[in-house]
Design a protein around this ligand. Structure first.
Ligand code: ADP
Ligand code: F6P
Length: 350
């Protein structure tokens, strides 16, 4: 973890400083004005993160400004002053009190330039962006236009390469796991095959975790699935012969086609097969303790990084440490889903 320097208190002096020095002091002592927004898909724990950003910012003497509806709200200049009371009663709540949005206009150079102009117009010394990889790319564009940005990973998908944790993942997998347990009860009672499709965009992290935690017979991950439906059918038939009363398939959103797969399986095996697409319920609900703690720590560190004078950073969780990474370096990183955990899931499903 990079060293964090505490903000030094201003030296007391009895002498009247020269005019030029006075100006420098004024600039140096002017409290930082920090904006914060949430962008992309909401994730449980974003509120805990906003709360930490605002409260630590105020504790460090900064002026805190909330921007509503992500980059859409930035372009529309939806700025609100934040104080300690604006974030009361939020740590336990899902969603985001600042609201969020996808903003196609921000994918354009004109949109990004407009965004940078608005940050300058409102006197922002820095902007904290809580969101996923796409939101970080937007922040990177702002940084290239002279805006000091800090990104905090917030997405249930866990698909940001530079970090091993992103806010919302733990809540989402626990929500999905509970839902799949319930489906298993009824699936088993009716001796059916059940396909449960979980979110994750193009990444299979939610599917992998739930597949292991729910003891799924098959897990279909975009990273590994070869499209061999016959292999799934053969697995169902051999499990049925061995006396299994249900067959749970956790399918990742990145593969999709769950309803079509259910029809194919039923036609080939004669076993009633149902597909359930868990959908948006995975993004809602009260954040787990893990999410609240990660969100609070990352939010606090984002502010402290700015107070220490650092520029253009992504807060990440790596090897058990909270770190700040250079945004350009961070967005070049790659990560792979664990092949070993996938193998484990296959062995455990026997
Ligand atoms: P997430 O942040 O969860 O990955 P998105 O990919 O939808 O979600 O990104 C959120 C928003 O960030 C987009 O609607 C867009 O405004 C902005 N964004 C995404 N990708 C880029 C990019 N390559 N350049 C600039 N802005 C981007
Ligand atoms: O990134 C979070 C996520 O929930 C993905 O898992 C999913 O693919 C996507 O957002 C859905 O986005 P939207 O809310 O725009 O339908």
């Amino acid at each position: 973890m990079e060293e964090r320097a505490a903000k030094k208190p201003a030296k007391k002096t009895t002498k009247k400083p020269a005019k030029k020095t006075e100006k420098i002091m004024e600039k140096k002592d002017k409290p930082l004005t920090i904006g914060v927004l949430t962008s992309g898909g909401d994730a449980p724990g974003m509120n805990a993160c906003i709360r930490a950003v605002v409260r630590v910012g105020i504790a460090r003497g900064c002026k805190m400004v909330g921007i509503k509806r992500g980059y859409a709200g930035l372009l529309a200049e939806e700025f609100i002053d934040m104080d300690v009371t604006t974030v009361c009663e939020t740590i336990q709540k899902g969603g985001t009190i600042l609201q969020t949005a996808r903003c196609p206009e921000f994918l354009t150079e004109e949109g990004q330039e407009h965004g940078a102009r608005i940050c300058k117009k409102h006197g922002l010394d820095a902007l904290i962006v809580i969101g996923g990889d796409g939101s970080f790319r937007g922040a990177q564009q702002l940084s290239r236009r002279g805006i000091n940005v800090v990104g905090i990973p917030g997405t249930i998908d866990l698909d940001i390469p530079c970090t091993e944790y992103s806010i919302g993942f733990d809540t989402a997998i626990n929500t999905a796991m509970s839902a799949i347990d319930k489906i298993r009860d009824t699936s088993s009672s009716h001796e059916r095959c059940s396909i449960i499709e979980v979110m994750g965009r193009n990444a299979g992290y939610i599917a992998l975790y739930c597949g292991i935690a729910n003891g799924a017979e098959d897990i279909l991950l975009p990273e590994f699935y070869d499209g061999n439906e016959q292999a799934i059918i053969n697995n169902i038939i051999s499990n049925r012969k061995r006396g299994k009363t249900h067959h749970i398939i956790v399918n990742a959103e990145g593969i999709g086609h769950s309803n079509q797969l259910a029809k194919t399986i039923e036609a080939a095996t004669g076993i009633e097969t149902r597909a359930t697409i868990l959908g948006y319920l995975q993004r809602g609900g009260n954040p787990t303790c893990t999410d609240r703690v990660h969100a609070s720590t990352m939010g606090a560190l984002a502010v402290d990084v700015l107070v220490a004078g650092k520029k253009n950073k992504i807060i990440a969780y790596r090897s058990g440490q909270y770190v700040d990474l250079d945004i350009e370096e961070a967005l070049k990183m790659k990560k792979d889903i664990s092949e070993y955990q996938y193998e484990v899931s296959r062995m455990l499903s026997l």
